[in-house]
Write a protein that binds this ligand. Sequence first.
Ligand code: MF3
Ligand code: CO
Length: 263
Amino acid sequence: MIIYCEEEISTIRKSNQIVAKILAELGKMITPGVQTKKLDEYAELRAKEMNAIPAFKGYRGYPASLCTSINEEIVHGIPSSRCLRDGDIISLDFGVLYEGYYGDAAVTYPVGEITPKAKKLITVAEETFYKGMEQMKPGKRISDISFAIQSHVESQGFSVIRAFVGHGIGLSLHEEPQVPNFGPPGRGPKLKSGMVLAIEPMIAMGDWNVEILDDNWTAITRDRSLSSHYEHTVAITQKGPEILSLSDEEKKNAPYLKENQFA
Ligand code: MF3
Ligand code: CO
């Protein structure tokens, strides 16, 4: 488990700000008729323009720069010639390597007009991230984050996917510790100032069982219910958590951050 110094965190912040910018730009492109491979091409191009390397392409053989997971797809959806349709929801997961440090974040966007229940799913995934993040104070333990995430999702009538975890990040895309999205509180390593974690709840309308498609990447809900993913890279500071992968503009507008004081 790596404790990063302030200089390193400032580079991890730069890397994550590139991710934040590209995810926001992709959000403006989300509309019925767009092919997911166009989103992937755009993300790769913009990363290169900002002197960053897409982090996922080639990672364990993953074939694209962006993950595009539609509807019942949970994570690791591979961009293709498939077109977005009115009423879909799409999770975009993107990461880059910049000046030796990684950034990683994910967001779920609506395509055109979606049902109120789908809207709620997206909102709850985002709220759930913040519930987990609230636990990121020196002295708490990893599974305090896990417990807060599971409790919130289930209190809202949804289920939390158990097959994937959040993770340490910085010099590598995935480093120790793993951050499960469910489980009892008070377990696992103690949180310390200087730790950097990607917190990434994945939630579903139905149950939490998953299946992997024949492409060996795309994870879907076994019951084919809708799924939403929301992820940020967060640094633990003496003052509490700092989200590295949100732009200042987004921080101003995030409903949860308006009501609560964080670093
Ligand atoms: N945010 C995801 C993760 O942390 C993205 C990984 S996609 C992969 O696992 F292709 F790189 F595996
Ligand atoms: Co991640």
